[in-house]
Design a protein around this ligand. Structure first.
Ligand SMILES: Nc1nc2c(ncn2[C@@H]2O[C@H](COP(=O)(O)OP(=O)(O)OP(=O)(O)O)[C@@H](O)[C@H]2O)c(=O)[nH]1
Ligand SMILES: [Mg+2]
Length: 218
């Protein structure tokens, strides 16, 4: 990146750099829950529909261009990819769901794996749900939250690709996600933060970083 690009990035994030995911390194790509390392340090997970921007969000928050594999081809992350943090904490990049071209049986299998991961992983301290701000919460996102929120743990919704919206459209998109949450989860919505986000424009990075740092006890 040229000098101008770096200056623009710093300006967009108010000069501060995110720290919660700093120093993340690849640990393992697990194709099934049984391949995950036994629960140990606190873990945060990024979930969302295929192509929503999970890997890009992790890269932006970790301050790395290609830590998590981001791709234009939907359905690319077909494994639970774990990254380790210098603190011992763990970041999970979960496989995207809902991609039409994946055979139905495979889709269902992965949805089950994800549902049981978020519902049962004892060290999962918080869930970052990545949604395309232009589309809001979709039924499969709600299914995942249905399995996670009753456990009492916190979540955040990163309403990403907000660079494709005007500032007021982006604010409206987040407000509409918030309404969806309040309606569907009256008992849990207070534990869910909605953040207008963009990995490319670096919007919402510091807000998301502060939440991750809190979850990871930093
Ligand atoms: N404009 C814009 N594009 C983005 C943003 N975040 C991700 N993208 C693009 O969206 C596409 C998918 O991004 P990924 O980060 O690979 O999405 P993912 O959710 O990890 O996808 P899977 O692993 O396939 O489920 C890529 O072409 C990214 O460049 C963003 O904030 N703004
Ligand atoms: Mg991915």
């Amino acid at each position: 990146m040229n000098k101008t690009g770096i200056v623009a990035e710093k300006a967009a994030s108010g000069g501060a750099e995110p720290r919660a995911l700093r120093g993340a390194e690849f640990v393992i790509a697990a194709a099934a829950l049984g391949q995950l390392p036994p629960p140990g340090a606190p873990e945060v997970a990024f979930a969302g529909r295929s192509n929503a921007g999970k890997s890009s969000a992790i890269n932006a928050l970790a301050g790395r261009r290609r830590l998590a594999f981001a791709s234009r081809t939907p359905g690319r992350t077909q494994q639970i990819v774990l990254f380790g943090l210098p603190s011992g904490g763990i970041v999970a990049d979960l496989p995207g769901y809902g991609y039409a071209a994946v055979p139905k049986a495979v889709k269902r299998e992965w949805q089950d794996v994800l549902a049981s991961y978020v519902a049962t992983r004892p060290t999962l301290v918080g869930l970052a749900l990545v949604v395309d701000a232009r589309h809001g919460l979709k039924p499969l996102d709600e299914t995942l939250l249905d399995g996670f929120l009753p456990s009492g743990r916190p979540a955040m919704v990163l309403a990403t690709k907000s660079d494709k919206l005007s500032r007021s459209e982006s604010a409206q998109a987040s407000a509409s996600i918030r309404r969806q949450l309040t309606q569907r989860y009256p008992a849990h919505a207070a534990r869910v933060t909605v953040i207008p986000f963009s990995a490319t424009a670096r919007t919402g990075i510091m807000e998301a970083d502060a939440i991750l740092a809190g979850w990871l006890g930093m």
